[in-house]
Design a protein around this ligand. Structure first.
Ligand SMILES: [Zn+2]
Length: 433
């Protein structure tokens, strides 16, 4: 209806009467003109590009010299601006705050995955989106975490006491709409493997917060993705250190809070354990969602509840987490972006932007960081065919930036317009959310 109205609004009354209602393919096109286009595939930017949008899809992308604007198209001159695909936040926790998803939409996040939550928690957000007739943010869910006894987050988890229970909980999550499953770190290996097998049977990605499970074993067993760079911690230290950490966290989930920084501060990223991890990453190429922003610690502005003697350990540990993120990417892990909703050094809704900045601090180029948050992320959703990149036939999900993020990734914050499924988002309104 909306598209038909747009077409009619642009036609003369007489013309509309003669032509009758337009066929779907004749919906008035939109041309985004003379703009730098970063297409999300990792390819170099197109300077002075042109994007043609028909309905909810991208019809053409290329240099404006070679892409013809369809007759009668509405044209928006975006000279000096940059367009990137809509960002995909693969680690967004909705908790009890559906408005945060709409605020993040106004910041350029057109799709997200919540890695562990009951489907009921998305009802209010889905209603808000439907009330606005918006195609997004596109919501991907994983159902509650599948964890072992004494789960880390009881309210967001289902407990599996053995592999058979894990398999059943996994099947129920899929039946209830999960488009991925999330293994949590108290599951023993056999139970985690049961969840991986359910994912494989349903052709959906299986991701995990490992922490106490060995990434090398789980990836080799078919795990597709890893949440948090700290999931790699016990895989890069000698076995006796890994076991001490494991026992401490099994005894008390909160032991991981300082414990992971101590573990990382000591880790040797060129040691034999780390090299065994890299061999698996090269062979299996899992997705890695490092969620650096939630672990960020700074000496100049430490969290208030930290003991002074811990500050150098936290800073050294975080530095090593960034190094491992970069190294894992170079060795074959497919890096993606997860903002984690609430993080120490980002204002409300800005966690995805902070995560992109930290990926660049870790050594990725701005172009690589943007690719992580768009094209590569769509791959982790198994949706490369229609999300994450700006190409013919893809969903018209995109962000218009005032400044050039390839020069300075902080320009990802200079969002002027956001489009999802061919519709401009009311950015000013959702920034109040
Ligand atoms: Zn999380």
């Amino acid at each position: 209806m909306r598209n038909a109205f747009r077409w009619l609004a642009g036609a003369t009354a007489a013309g509309a009467m003669l032509a009758g209602p337009p066929a779907r393919s004749q919906v008035r096109a939109l041309v985004l003109d003379d703009v730098r286009v970063v297409d999300g595939t990792g390819a170099a930017a197109i300077e002075h590009g042109r994007i043609v949008i028909q309905g909810d899809r991208i019809a053409q992308v290329g240099p404006r010299a070679t892409v013809q604007a369809p007759a009668g198209a509405e044209t928006v001159d975006l000279s000096g601006r940059t367009i990137v695909p809509g960002l995909i936040d693969l680690h967004f926790h909705i908790e009890n705050d559906p408005k945060l998803a709409l605020r993040q939409l106004s910041y350029g996040v057109t799709s997200f995955r919540d890695p562990g939550q009951w489907e009921e928690k998305f009802v209010e957000l889905r209603q808000m989106i439907a009330a606005d007739h918006l195609p997004g943010p596109r919501i991907f869910t994983a159902g509650p975490h599948i964890d072992g006894e004494h789960p880390a987050y009881p309210a967001d988890s289902v407990v599996a006491r053995d592999a058979e229970e894990a398999r059943r909980q996994a099947e129920i999550n899929v039946r209830n709409g999960a488009t991925a499953l999330k293994i949590y770190f108290r599951l023993p290996f056999a139970s985690a493997k049961a969840v991986i097998d359910v994912c494989a049977a349903h052709h959906i990605p299986c991701t995990a917060h490992l922490e106490l499970l060995d990434a090398r074993e789980l990836i080799a067993a078919g795990l597709h993705g890893i949440e948090h760079v700290t999931s790699l911690g016990i895989s890069v230290v000698p076995r006796h250190e890994a076991e001490a950490y494991r026992q401490a966290v099994l005894a008390d989930n909160d032991a991981r809070r300082d414990g992971r920084y101590k573990l990382f501060a000591r880790a040797d990223l060129d040691g034999p354990e780390a090299r065994a991890l890299y061999a698996v990453l090269r062979e299996r190429r899992p997705w890695l969602d490092p969620t650096l922003a939630v672990f960020e610690r700074r000496a100049d502005n430490p969290p208030e509840d930290v003991k002074p003697e811990m500050i150098p350990v936290l800073v050294a540990g975080f530095s090593k987490m960034k190094q491992l993120t970069r190294r894992a990417g170079l060795e074959g892990a497919r890096l993606v972006m997860g903002g984690h909703s609430t993080v120490p050094y980002a204002a409300r809704g800005e966690a995805p932007w902070r995560e992109l900045e930290l990926l660049v601090e870790s050594g990725l180029s701005p172009l690589e960081a943007i690719t992580a948050a768009t094209g590569t992320a769509a791959g982790f959703l198994y949706r490369s065919n229609d999300l994450g990149t700006l190409g013919r036939g893809r969903q018209a999900d995109l962000v218009v930036l005032r400044d050039n993020p390839l020069r300075d990734i902080a320009a990802i914050r200079s969002v002027e317009r956001v489009m999802v499924g061919g519709r401009w988002v009311d950015v000013a309104r959702f920034r109040q959310y």
